[in-house]
Design a protein. Structure first.
Length: 118
């Protein structure tokens, strides 16, 4: 529930900022707003689809926040991790077993997990 509320608040904030800047948000402010929205979506997807394994380390999944477990994965690059999440890897099925997850949602979930595990 809070994930959707947060996404709603973020969207309203973006609309208000856009209006305040005459429809033109650019530079670091735009990047910060987009990044914040993506992380909120990522948290929502994580709770819905990823926490069962990445919360407990089930089947060898790196636990959220375990910097040592995530470091070698992060070193390979986010795009590679997104590809692994989409296609499956080791004990993780494609799309984390959630066939309906869009690439955008997977990207957001991976970004969220990386942000919490650096």
């Amino acid at each position: 529930m809070y994930g959707r509320l947060g996404l709603l608040i973020g969207s309203i904030s973006l609309l208000l900022l856009t209006a305040a800047y005459g429809g033109q948000i650019t530079g670091p402010l735009k990047a910060a707003v987009v990044a914040d929205s993506e992380l909120k979506l990522g948290q929502e997807v994580y709770v819905q689809a990823c926490v069962a394994c990445h919360g407990s380390g089930l089947a060898g999944a790196p636990k959220l926040g375990d910097k040592d477990a995530w470091a070698p994965r992060i070193a390979q690059g986010v795009e590679k991790m997104i590809g692994s999440a989409i296609n499956g890897k080791g004990g993780m099925p494609p799309r984390g077993g959630q066939a309906g997850l869009s690439d955008e949602k997977i990207r957001a979930a991976v970004s969220y997990m990386v942000s919490k595990s650096k």
